[in-house]
Write a protein that binds this ligand. Structure first.
Ligand code: SF4
Length: 331
């Protein structure tokens, strides 16, 4: 057993959580339901839902025979509803393919809808005492900090490195205390913000703590840098009316009404406050400029009353500019 695993086990026995409603049982059904609920939800929020769910659906058969609507109703408020749909499907699959008995083989557990490698490992460890390494969000945080792993844990390379650590550290004995201990450590001491390193059983060997990197690890998901574009929107305004152009039918604003655009602001134009609009694929920096007087207009353009323009099929930034103009003109 590695020193890391031993420290976690010793700590769990004394300081870990022992009285959660899904502990002190080896019923795979109860453990499975709790693991699915815990996937994206904090323990404190899960407790109430879990007890109600188990009371209404006490076993695989009860769950498999319920309607999806009823299962979803008992999940209502927990979020990520695909978890409930998968749970329901999986219960039916266990009845259909495994005679209503929760499968013990790791590959069979993994084949059930909504069960990934880490959840299958937790069920395998807690219900069948077949130790398999887990790697959920909490464990990734503990590993990233303790072993000083840089890089976003969701990146395949980093995740693979963490699975190797998970396998290496997973003890052959006391696996239940170890697995529970890792979960407890991540949930109670090695928390996302302000980890309590002074109380941590693995602090003496923790790279993040020793190097003062606990706030930087795990590395955050890299933000995609969006390409940026610039445009000048020409706001022709005359006698309470505005000039709008219908855009061609393709592109992001295809078919909508907008202002004529230019690469540069005409020298005699008045600059209005610039604004930025973020699309999923790029950022658009808009410089609106006010042009007074009437020009010859293109066939796809029209003069329209300012209030009517605001109600027309226009993109959001165009509406913002029009509303700003309305306030300005009213002042
Ligand atoms: Fe997390 Fe601090 Fe423990 Fe390191 S010492 S594992 S950062 S709680």
């Amino acid at each position: 057993m590695t020193p890391f695993a031993k420290a976690i086990i010793d700590w769990q026995k004394v300081h870990g959580r022992h009285d959660l409603p899904w502990q002190n049982t080896t019923d795979p059904y109860a453990i499975w339901v709790s693991e699915i609920m815990l996937q994206q939800t904090q323990v404190t929020a899960v407790i109430g839902y879990y007890s109600k769910f188990i009371r209404r659906f006490p076993n695989i058969h009860a769950l498999s025979q319920a309607t999806q609507d009823e299962v979803l109703r008992h999940w209502s408020g927990l979020g990520y509803y695909s978890r409930a749909r998968n749970l329901h499907h999986a219960a039916q699959k266990i009845v259909g393919d495994f005679g209503g008995v929760f499968p013990q083989q790791f590959e069979d557990i993994l084949s059930l809808p909504g069960i990934g490698k880490s959840t299958a490992a937790a069920i395998s460890t807690f219900a069948f005492n077949q130790p398999m390494p887990i790697l959920d969000g909490n464990v990734k945080r503990v590993f990233a900090r303790h072993f000083g792993i840089e890089g976003w844990p969701g990146a395949p390379k980093i995740e693979q490195q963490m699975w190797q650590i998970a396998h290496r550290e997973n003890p052959k004995e006391n696996a239940i205390a170890y697995t529970q201990g890792l979960m407890d450590l991540g949930a109670t001491l090695c928390t996302r913000s302000r980890p309590r390193c002074t109380d941590c059983p693995v602090q003496p060997t923790c790279i993040a703590s020793l190097k003062g990197l606990a706030n930087q690890l795990p590395t955050r998901k890299p933000r995609k840098m969006l390409p940026e574009r610039n445009c000048v929107m020409l706001i022709h305004y005359h006698a309470g009316e505005i000039l709008l152009e219908k855009r061609i039918n393709t592109g992001i604003w295809g078919g909508l009404w907008s202002f004529p655009e230019a690469r540069e602001a005409p020298t005699d134009a008045k600059l209005l406050p610039p604004l930025t609009h973020t699309f999923t694929h790029f950022k658009l920096h808009i410089q609106p400029v006010l042009i007074s007087g009437t020009n010859q207009i293109a066939s796809n353009a029209l003069w329209i009353n300012l209030d009517e323009a605001i109600e027309a099929a226009i993109p959001t930034p165009v509406r913002k500019i029009l509303l700003q103009l309305k306030t300005q003109k009213a002042a």
